[in-house]
Design a binder for this molecule. Structure first.
Ligand SMILES: [Zn+2]
Length: 310
């Protein structure tokens, strides 16, 4: 052993073949090289950069590294090491356990940061409301943040409180009613949801989002005729104004959603395929978008993922 060390510094690793584990000497290199074990003929790649992963007992050392990096919140390094270990030992469950753990650490950190951002936004908006409770804007933004983070109850409390403020600015009441309605809908309180959708409609009779949301609510309640009327209204209003159509197609899910939902409601009402095809409004809508159902569905998914209303 002493004689060998004098000759040339070489590193020792174990053959990656689990049943073999013969000690192999590898050259001092950072590069990726191909090795063949002389005793079992198993061939594998060795990377000098990750030498320790080939030498030490993988499980405990990986666990140690993952823990250390995780404790120091160095998740990218933990992920790199665990990832490498899974490549070196593709049949070692601890390698994949470590990889999962380090990715989980990163995810957890990400959520903690999101939480911090969320709290800061809420705090600032609450302060704005405290300074001037008559201004609807911070109330609206705060309630949208609440609903999109799955806290509809807080959104409802915020807006109900605003509606009671004396001398408040009523210019955005329609928006207030819409968000209240969708928050109640999120909570499963369809009765209150409908009440506020109707209130919004009395102020803005051709509100597209409201017709769409109401249609979906009626569809859910199996009131198909009412649902059909709402979806038809949404489509008709949109088609009557090319500018609205252009905007909706890019930013709001209600037009595309109404097409698919109208079709669904007609089917549920018992109409046959040929009868559905004869629906004039549906026909015009398909002509306007010139997309297949599956293309509409795809577009709709991406629009709905960013749109705060139901
Ligand atoms: Zn071997």
């Amino acid at each position: 052993m002493n004689e060998e060390k004098k000759e040339r510094p070489k590193k020792i690793i174990k053959c990656l073949n689990k049943g073999c584990q013969t000690k192999l000497r590898v050259p001092e290199t950072e590069e990726k090289i191909k090795l063949r074990c002389p005793s079992c003929q198993f061939t594998f790649e060795y990377e000098g950069k990750y030498h320790y992963l080939y030498t030490l007992e993988g499980k405990s050392f990986l666990a140690f590294l993952t823990n250390t990096y995780t404790l120091q919140s160095r998740f990218d390094e933990a992920i790199e090491i665990s990832q490498k270990k899974t490549e070196i030992s593709p049949d070692d469950e601890y390698a994949f356990y470590g990889l999962g753990l380090s990715h989980y650490g990163k995810l957890y950190q990400h959520y903690q940061e999101l939480n911090k951002t969320y709290s800061k936004a809420v705090e600032a908006l609450k302060k704005a409301i405290e300074i001037n409770p008559k201004n609807p804007s911070p109330h609206l933004t705060l309630s949208i943040i609440y609903t999109s983070n799955n806290h509809p109850q807080e959104a409802i409390e915020t807006l109900q409180r605003f509606l009671k403020v004396k001398g408040r600015d009523k210019l955005e009441d329609t928006e207030v009613y819409k968000i209240l309605a969708s928050s109640y809908q999120l909570l499963g309180n369809n009765k209150e949801a409908k009440k506020f959708y109707q209130k919004a409609l009395t102020q803005e009779p051709s509100s597209l989002q409201v017709h769409y949301s109401l249609g979906k609510l009626y569809l859910e309640e199996k009131k198909y005729q009412k649902a059909i009327e709402e979806f038809e209204k949404e489509i008709e209003v949109t088609l009557s104004n090319p500018k609205i159509l252009k905007f909706e197609l890019k930013h709001i899910p209600s037009f595309l959603g109404s097409i698919l939902n109208l079709k669904e409601a007609l089917k549920k009402r018992g109409l046959k395929e040929e009868q559905i095809k004869k629906n004039e409004i549906l026909k015009k809508a398909y002509e306007a978008v010139n997309l297949s159902d599956s293309e509409i569905e795809k577009e709709l998914k991406s629009l709905e993922s960013i749109f705060p209303f139901r």
